[in-house]
Write a protein that binds this ligand. Structure first.
Ligand code: C5P
Length: 400
């Protein structure tokens, strides 16, 4: 499973450190090699001897080996690893990771590591919710560090809530899905997905929107994670849950969505545009709630920017753009026109029917590519449609 994978396990100070020998044992049982690096305060909660025995190699804490004087070379450690996880990651280590401090071996190794890095935070619930901690978590996520979110339950303080380090079994699962994602064209790709509706404000309480739930885009994000891609999800207003592994940007209006996409897309290989963007917005948004008075109310609308087209026509040569279309008549012709006009690599045409489309769990789509390939799916769950879409695009070498 994790055979011969080299994992650096960084342990910072916190009561959850007592679970780390078990985490080492699980990694080892799955075939991984594990090098443990502790911060000095981790040793208040777990011993180097225990960690050395279970990992079958000396667990490290100092820059120099006290007995032999040998330098524990943080650069070599960073280069050695296929993956690094800091578990538990307390607030002190978290903030030092953000600011680039390196007053211990674990932090210097983190700064030197070229491999993907995960953190499994653990702290008391109010600390976890503190804006500085949340801001630090977001900063690290923006820099590409993966979060294994804290779990909810009884805490060492006697309080109950979110802040427990993810259970070792759950941390192992994250690594299994990372290393076991079979080789495919999506693995390691940076993908941006737009999803959900946009809301265009009329006044502080009213808006124009549409019935999109965002489910199709969220299912695409999940399928991408399973395939080992890094996902940036730009999501309009929806109450649906989003997988922790994605880098999430919530937006409201089409203009917000455009600015988020303009920030993120330059660093992506592929954009999948599943959002149901409102074509128009209110020309002048009222700053105060409009009182009802006249029988009729004419609102002047202005056209929204076409996010997909804006990014697609200006993209770099290696970047790919996949659009969606929803049509009620002459559907195929319109979809093919959009494929061409928006200069897309592929377009996914939604079927409009009783059990498909907005707010439905199911969908049936037709996929067309710029190279004239096409595929029609059955009526299936949106999760299955997402997997089929990714597999087809990969098979047709759209990602190359
Ligand atoms: O032109 P139409 O709205 O039918 O195109 C649909 C495709 O374009 C979808 O992929 C949708 O996400 C994207 N789109 C966009 N910005 C708009 C309108 C549509 O990104 N303003």
């Amino acid at each position: 499973m994790l055979k011969n994978k080299r994992i650096l396990l960084g342990i910072s100070g916190g009561i959850a450190a007592y679970k780390t020998p078990e985490l080492v044992r699980l990694f080892k049982k799955s075939g991984a090699e594990v090098q443990v690096i502790c911060t000095p305060s981790a040793l208040q909660f777990v011993t180097l001897k225990t960690l050395s025995v279970v990992s079958e190699r000396p667990a490290l804490v100092d820059f120099f080996d006290e007995e032999t004087g040998m330098w524990n070379h943080h650069v070599n450690l960073g280069l050695w690893a296929d993956a690094m996880v800091i578990a538990p990651c307390g607030s002190n280590t978290l903030s030092k990771m953000v600011s680039g401090q390196c007053d211990n071996l674990l932090l210097t190794t983190y700064l030197s590591a070229r491999c993907p890095v995960w953190i499994a935070p653990a702290m008391d619930l109010d600390m976890y919710l503190h804006p500085s901690v949340q801001e630090h978590l977001n900063t690290l996520k923006e820099r590409g560090v993966h979060l294994i979110d804290a779990e909810t339950g009884p805490l060492a303080s006697g309080l109950e809530g979110k802040g427990r380090m993810a259970e070792p079994e759950n941390i192992l699962e994250v690594f299994k899905s990372h290393f076991e994602a079979p080789d495919n064209g999506w693995k390691g790709k940076q993908v941006m997905v737009t999803a959900g509706p946009t809301y265009e404000a009329i006044d502080p309480v009213r808006f124009i929107g549409n019935r999109s739930s965002g489910l199709m885009g969220i299912e695409i994000a999940k399928a991408l994670i399973t395939k080992g891609a890094h996902v940036n999800l730009i999501l309009g207003p929806t109450h649906l849950e989003v997988p922790e592994e994605v880098q999430l940007t919530r937006v409201e209006s089409a203009q917000d969505m455009l600015s988020a996409c303009e920030n993120i897309f330059p660093n992506c290989d592929v954009g999948i545009f599943a959002a149901a963007v409102s074509d128009y917005r209110i020309k002048e948004v009222y700053t105060e709630k409009v009182k009802k008075s006249a029988d009729n109310w004419n609102l002047e609308l202005a056209k929204n920017p076409d996010i997909l087209k804006t990014l697609s026509v200006n993209r770099k040569s290696h970047q790919k753009c996949i659009g969606f279309a929803l049509e009620t008549q002459n559907a195929e012709n319109y979809a093919l026109q959009k494929l061409q006009q928006k200069q897309l690599d592929a377009i996914v045409l939604n079927t409009v029917g009783e059990n498909t489309g907005f707010q439905s769990e199911q969908n049936s789509v037709k996929i067309f590519t710029k190279n004239n390939q096409q595929f029609v799916t059955d009526l299936q769950s949106k999760s299955d449609i997402a997997t089929i879409l990714l597999e087809k695009l990969d098979d047709w070498q759209i990602l190359d």
